[in-house]
Design a binder for this molecule. Sequence first.
Ligand code: LLP
Length: 432
Amino acid sequence: MIKTIKNNHLYWDGCDTVELAKEYGTPLYVVSESAIVKECQALQQDFIQKYENVRVAYASKAFNTLAMIKIIEREGLCLDVVSGGELYTAIQANYPAEKIEFNGNNKSLEELEMALDYGVGRIIVDSLQELHWLIALCKQKQTVAKVMFRITPEVEVATHDFISTGQKDSKFGIPLEEHILFALIQQAIEAPEIDFYGLHFHIGSQLDTNETHLLAAETALKLVLTIKEKFAYDIRELNYGGGFGVRYVEEDIRQPYRYFLDPLMALTEKFCQTHQLRRPTIVIEPGRSLIAEAGITLHRIGSIKEVPGIRKYVAIDGGMTDNIRPGLYQANYTGVLANKASEKATEIVTIAGKACESTDILVKDLALPKVETDDLFATFSTGAYGYAMASNYNKLLIPAVVLVKDGQADVIVKRQSYQQLLQNEVLPNHLH
Ligand code: LLP
């Protein structure tokens, strides 16, 4: 059990969160290594060991830190990055470049060059422009790029609009229009600088039904067949993306990986058998599901304000700067008073952040025991897209991250300092 309660305190992977807050300060991200490992093992069981020719690339945008990348490598997963910064972090963690896949809808020339120089395993090309840049760079460097194309599979998913990516009107992927897609594929097949592996899609995030993955996979498989017929070319890999939903609040449904993957694999096998195709290697790219539920955030409660007859606002020492998801996607969270973890709820409060922004509300109308200043609030399921999306708005400092495991705690990201906040600021002479 990652979450336990002892002496009225919330424990996370064996660590007393009240002690963690005392030692490392707040706000504080606390991430359970055991929980991450459990997720990796579930993927091993439900996918990697169950099927031949499959791969999992952790979408590191959810939480890209040296320590996380080390865990991912140790647990036998590949890695997906989407920028020079994420790639640089992976390389600094000594992660093997050939196991890295590079996504992104607007990779710069510099980023592509970096990818080629490091020798990343796959570059997921998202546009014609990118393919041309890549061919030119490979010519220059006398090298060959291992390429997949991200397609837009034209499916509408049941999630927040802001995290839907597979619909026709999308900035991601190559449109299915034949004159666009097939022209690109032909160039990739013909260019000696390109080793064309296959197709990629990612339809959206935080999904709890498998139908849309299946629809998109069918589209991709039909393309595999068309490419064989039209170009006599065998697609070797298909990447079905990520998007597997997690549990933020009680009502959320957390489906096991096999709920998504078994039907996807069955569909793929059947299609390939029917059409006498060699089944391509299947890659998936989960981010959130590997790390979201492993993480919590600890905040200290400050001001408590009652708007008579309307609402009680309880303010924390962070908010949208360490978790922008409620403000950006109206995402729901829940939490507890970590120092009153076995006490019964007696009041309904709204947890407000400290940023100068009305949308900076972390949880609305939450039942808690009597809340007092200096209590410790723990928000659950903040491991994905929390630290990863943290900002310095209002010049608030980005919190530290502590990795916990069986009662041991290690800082994996130090708290930012005021000095660091100013390290890139320069006063021109005339303002001295
Ligand atoms: N692969 C690609 C190409 C992606 O664009 C993404 C997420 C993933 C994989 C991983 O998806 P996941 O398994 O994490 O759902 N900031 C938003 C999520 C944006 C996701 C963007 N792409 C949030 O906090 O909900």
